[in-house]
Design a protein. Structure first.
Ligand code: BES
Ligand code: MN
Ligand code: ZN
Length: 481
């Protein structure tokens, strides 16, 4: 998709030739003297259009514009959320096969976060999964212009938003792919191809190398599948080698059947999304390559299937993690923490300034926070604050969750150093407490994206979250150096 930002008011927009023109109209809109502005003012005055976010008025070839279709869309006070609602509604109704060129025009100077919201909403509304369709609908929309009189003021935000949606698109695409089209091997190849195109480095380890590293916990999950595991190491070096990196770790379970502790059949297909954390790491790297901030970032992806063959790990089995800690696997469906703990130990070698793991880790987090906010667990106060703030700025929200030591009580066992499950209560927190044992040597945070990385139901599909949050956090780091 080709986005551009133009310094137009409605006067300039009126002469733009396009298939659809969306005019974003705030409360208290003050019309200039041009015809299109007067038209908007009239619709408001007659109450045929309300300036409330989500309210629309559709026009066909009005003489005041060169567009085939014009959608007047209320945006209320012009906040990011309102603009997102408005743009999504406007494009939802206007999306047809003949939509090639789209113009979204701010009728009054746009706020920075509103520009970002517009880019995100357009990208979200026009993304289409096609890989496994024999006759995919062609993607006709090639050009999107956003216009506002204060274009220079919002240019930097606009550029960043474009880079973020490119990253979100990578994340969505990989998370959406069915498990037989997104195996650990495929993910490894995707990382390598991305690295080549974007000039960052990538190393992909297989079963032999991982065994040599002593990742006994990760290997225990992988051993139940015929698909070989992959451990992916990405490096973006935007600063001097001497600068300590931030490490991002993605859970890359390409399919989670639950293993011997098998999941119920209903909606089990959704467990193809269990590599959304890994997909978001790939997405962030795509964006980093575009924005080129002066920081160092390492991406680690622990990828395998959680399946059931004759060699599959059994409830009660005890394995030794790379850290040396032994783990009693009481439930093979609590596999995410088993792959992440070895990646956390691996992260130590980078002497990182911070480590953030991203995982569709627990159903309990979905119960707690639903699809609105990701669960944020941070042992380090400054890191927790920075991530929460980044989420607010990116409109990719998260919510701070507790890490009291009492939550770890249920993980005690007589047969190993730690068990991989506690009780049912507080499940998202016990999972985080398990991970925390392996994250003692650096500032660490964990994002549970089980509820936010994808939507179920009719609009089933990946959301690209939390690429926006992570990029915002990294860019803030680059800004303070
Ligand atoms: N991948 C799941 C978590 C999940 C569940 C994500 C539902 C999205 C929707 C994870 O591996 C898992 O199965 N967790 C178990 C842990 C339990 C066995 C302690 C869960 O949440 O039920
Ligand atoms: Mn599971
Ligand atoms: Zn899982």
């Amino acid at each position: 998709m080709n986005f551009e930002l133009k310094p137009f008011g409605l006067v300039g927009v009126a002469s733009e030739k396009c298939d659809v023109l969306v005019v974003l109209v705030p409360h208290g809109f003050k019309p200039a003297k041009d015809d299109l502005s007067s038209l908007v003012a009239q619709t408001l005055k007659s109450a045929d259009l309300e300036a409330k976010a989500g309210k629309l008025l559709h026009l066909y070839r009005p003489i005041q514009s060169n567009a085939t279709r014009v959608v007047l869309a209320g945006i209320g006070e012009g906040s990011a959320k309102e603009v997102r609602t408005a743009v999504t509604a406007a494009i939802g109704g206007a999306k047809t096969s003949s939509l090639k060129k789209l113009v979204v025009a701010f009728a009054a100077p746009a706020r920075e976060d509103a520009v970002r919201a517009t880019v995100q909403a357009v990208a979200d509304a026009t993304y289409a999964y096609t890989l496994t369709k024999s006759k995919p609908e062609p993607r006709t929309l090639t050009k999107v212009s956003i216009t506002t009189t204060n274009a220079t003021e919002v240019q930097a935000t606009f550029d960043r938003a474009i880079a973020i949606v490119a990253g979100c698109e990578v994340a969505k695409e990989w998370a959406n792919r069915p498990a037989n089209h997104a195996t650990p091997t495929h993910l490894g190849q995707a990382a390598q191809e991305l690295a080549k195109a974007s000039k960052f480095s990538c190393e992909v380890l297989g079963p032999k190398e991982v065994a040599k590293l002593g990742m006994g916990s990760f290997m225990a999950v992988a051993q139940g599948s015929d698909e070989p595991l992959r451990f992916i190491v990405l490096r973006y070096d935007g600063a001097a080698k001497s600068k300590a990196p931030t490490v991002l770790i993605g859970k890359g379970i390409t399919f989670d059947s639950g293993g011997i502790s098998i999941k119920p059949a209903g909606e089990m297909d959704e467990m193809k999304f269990d590599m959304s954390g890994a997909a978001s790491v790939l997405g962030v790297f795509r964006t980093l390559a575009l924005l080129k901030p002066a920081i160092n970032v390492v991406g680690l992806i622990a990828s395998c299937e959680n399946m059931i063959n004759g060699k599959a790990v059994k409830p009660g089995d005890v394995v030794t993690s790379m850290s040396g800690q032994t783990i009693e696997i009481l439930n093979t469906d609590a596999e995410g923490r088993l792959v992440l703990c070895d990646a956390l130990t691996y992260a130590e070698r980078f002497k990182p300034i911070a480590v953030v793991d991203i995982a569709t880790l627990t159903g309990a987090c979905v119960v707690a926070l639903g699809g609105v906010r990701s669960g944020l667990f941070a042992a380090d106060e400054a890191l927790g604050q920075a991530l929460a703030t980044a989420g607010d700025h990116a409109q990719d929200l998260c919510w701070r969750m507790p890490l009291d030591d009492d939550y770890a009580d249920g993980l005690k066992t007589s047969f190993a150093d730690v068990a991989n499950i506690g009780g049912r209560a507080g499940g998202a927190v016990t999972a985080a407490k398990f991970l925390q044992r392996f994250a003692q040597k650096f500032p660490w945070a964990h994002l549970d994206i089980a509820g936010t990385a994808w939507k179920s139901g009719a609009a089933k599909g990946a959301t690209g979250r939390p690429v926006g949050l992570l990029v915002e956090y990294l860019m803030a780091q680059a800004a303070t150096k």
